[in-house]
Design a protein around this ligand. Structure first.
Ligand SMILES: [Zn+2]
Length: 302
């Protein structure tokens, strides 16, 4: 395999509109299939190729247009399936709304922080164990964030770095009052997918960073008549839909540039030792599958 080698295999969690960008990752929908894990069935996963580097791709929302809304995604199974395939670093993409009208729709963003407003999602691998007391700073891998920033410049799509993403439960969109609340709390972007995905990556010692493309202005920020026959009920204007489509179409190029950079640079980060305290104390061993009390679970075919 070319690129960073098995030790640094790159995973891509492809978000909404994944089917529009799969070809750019060297994949067709038939190349992806769900993986059975001790935590249930994952979203479709397949081996792709981008920027000359082999990548493992998971289509978060399933096959086709949008088969599985965010609250029903099996985040644990997805991260487990990627880890099992040797993935040590993940770039995840998604298309949240902007809470700041000063931001442009279609703009790429690498967020710095998250607010978790989800409810009842399975958000740890360590149920019923004493593990998982893990610091959440930095929230995202600074090495991957830096690479995404450089990759954006390289493909002529500058990336905005910074800001806070609030993750709502969904599948419904937010009320105007909720958006006002999130703005008061300091959120800049609103979506439904990064939590618990980023926290689960920390538990598996996987480097994780998000690349967002802004799809619309959140509810109540701009006048938008209700149009139930359109995407997001008319919350997106046709111009915004166009900007969003262009951003999705350019994603494989940006990710390809990032994959190329990752294969040639190795800045240090601490993401891959987040469980070190437990390892040092002898509470966990080298086989990560055993960390989560999976010894008695059926083995997963690789
Ligand atoms: Zn890292």
């Amino acid at each position: 395999m070319s690129g960073p080698g098995a030790r640094e295999r790159l995973g891509i969690i492809a978000g909404s509109a994944a089917h529009q960008a799969l070809a750019g990752l060297g994949l067709e929908e038939d190349d992806l299939s769900p993986v059975e894990t001790p935590f249930g069935r994952s979203s479709p996963v397949g081996l792709g190729q981008v920027g000359g580097v082999e990548v493992v791709v998971a289509a978060r929302h399933g096959a086709g247009e949008y088969a599985l809304a965010a609250p029903f995604v099996n985040y644990r199974a997805n991260l487990y399936a990627l880890k099992e395939r040797g993935v040590t670093q993940v770039i995840s993409w998604s298309g949240p709304g902007a809470i700041d009208v000063g931001l442009a729709i279609g703009q790429y963003v690498v967020p710095e922080d998250v607010l978790d407003e989800t409810r009842g999602r399975a958000d740890t691998f360590f149920e019923g164990t004493g593990l998982g007391v893990i610091r959440q700073y930095p929230v995202f891998c600074p090495r991957l964030q830096g690479v995404l920033e450089v990759a954006g410049r390289a493909v002529g799509r500058p990336v905005r770095r910074g800001g806070t993403y609030v993750c709502t439960q969904g599948p419904r969109l937010e009320t105007p009052a909720e958006i006002r609340k999130y703005r008061m709390l300091g959120a800049d972007y609103v979506g439904m997918t990064l939590c618990p995905e980023v926290f689960l990556a920390h538990e598996l010692e996987i480097c994780y960073a998000a690349i967002l493309y802004l799809t619309n202005y959140a509810e109540g920020l701009k006048p938008a008549a209700a149009e139930p026959d359109r995407l997001f009920g008319g919350l997106m204007s046709p111009e915004e839909e166009r900007a969003q489509r262009e951003a999705v179409a350019a994603l494989p190029d940006l990710i390809g540039a990032a994959a190329g950079l990752l294969s040639s640079t190795r800045e240090p980060c601490r993401c891959q030792s987040s469980m070190e305290r437990y390892r040092r104390s002898g509470r966990i061993g080298s086989d990560w599958r055993l960390w989560m009390g999976c010894a008695s679970r059926p083995p997963t075919p690789s």
